[in-house]
Design a protein around this ligand. Structure first.
Ligand code: SF4
Length: 335
């Protein structure tokens, strides 16, 4: 199986204030150019503001997360008014998240606004009833509910996407999640029909992602391979769930230079027999320079791709690690 590039933008949910819409409690917005101008080149956004959607209006009184002690369970929170704790919108926010689940079935990622008691994904400040901040271990109630509804969906915060490594990792996860639905779940019937069964498509998918997964976590990738090999009579739905979850978890850990070097060495191994002595030495030197931080990954990938047509073997041609980056697909022209 070779995963071909998607020809249309990928649907991704986003906190509406990040789009520049004035929906914040104070009537402002938090426009993110990284989201709208950069990632907007490959994402088709589905903007939602849960607080406006439940009728809180703009402007509105601020709300925050309330707990009864430091370190309380993530779901043991209420979302209440800062000035009037009797205003409790926990239930409406959770119900609203549940209500948009059908609308979000086609999204392949979600970008949340940080520090929000509704949308924050990491480290949201939590308060005691006396108004004192007690810890920063909260997750916005809307974001948390969507996490539970879509456990493998790639999610990230707006602010963290300013970091190029985290942005690349989010893109990798969104593209993988999208590819899973297109190939394994048959959203592209023409592709799915080429494979005899869904189980066969799961195997093909794991195989195509193998070297990319190795670049993120070698041990977990091998464990996932063993799970697949031993799947035996495991029900197909169960296998699909386990594999999709395993793949998304592995990709959520940023690739290290060491693990990437290892995956590049594996790729090189498939091409060596087609290279001259000088070409082998040049490729080996380039990988070594990448390992030592002297050359960028793109330099190694470019040379590997240059030699790729010499190999007749389908396995190495199928590797997503060596495939075109999102930026090269014409969808994300931001490098
Ligand atoms: S953070 Fe979420 S709830 Fe707050 S304004 Fe933005 S979209 Fe609305």
């Amino acid at each position: 199986m070779k995963i071909s590039p998607r020809q249309t933008k990928i649907p991704v949910g986003i906190s509406q204030c990040a789009m520049g819409d004035p929906v914040r409690f104070n009537g402002g917005h938090k426009h993110s150019k990284v989201c709208t101008e950069l990632l907007g080149q490959c994402f088709e956004y589905v903007p939602l503001c849960p607080e406006v959607a439940i009728g809180m209006g703009v402007p509105r009184k601020p709300i925050h997360l309330l707990v009864d002690r430091a370190g309380a369970e993530v779901d043991a929170v209420r979302v209440v008014g800062v000035e009037d704790p009797a205003v409790d919108v926990t239930g409406p926010l959770r119900d609203y998240a549940d209500s948009v689940v059908p609308q979000l079935q086609k999204i392949r990622g979600y970008i949340f606004m940080q520090n929000s008691p509704s949308c924050g994904l990491h480290g949201v400040r939590r308060y005691l009833a006396n108004g004192h901040g007690i810890d920063s271990e909260g997750i916005g109630v809307f974001a948390r509910r969507l996490q539970q509804q879509f456990p493998h969906l790639p999610m990230e915060e707006v602010g963290r996407l300013n970091n190029s490594e985290l942005r690349e990792n989010f893109l990798t996860r969104v593209f993988a999640y999208d590819a899973w639905y297109r190939y394994v779940e048959g959203e592209e019937p023409a592709e799915a029909e080429k494979q005899p069964s869904r189980t066969a498509r799961i195997i093909e998918f794991y195989t195509a992602y193998k070297y990319l997964l190795l670049a993120h976590n070698q041990d977990a990738t091998r464990a996932l391979g063993r799970l697949l090999a031993d799947a035996g009579a495991m029900p197909e739905d169960e296998l699909a769930q386990a594999m999709r979850g395993g793949i998304m978890e592995i990709l959520s850990r940023p690739a290290s230079r060491k693990d990437r070097t290892n995956a590049l060495m594996h790729s090189q191994g498939h091409l060596r027999e087609f290279l001259s002595k000088e070409e082998k030495a040049e490729l080996q030197q380039l990988i070594d320079e990448y390992r030592r931080g002297l050359k960028p990954l793109s330099a190694v990938l470019t040379l590997l791709r240059h030699y790729l047509p010499r190999s007749p073997h389908g396995f190495i041609h199928s590797q997503v690690l060596l495939a075109a980056e999102p930026a090269e697909l014409g969808l994300c022209d931001f490098r």
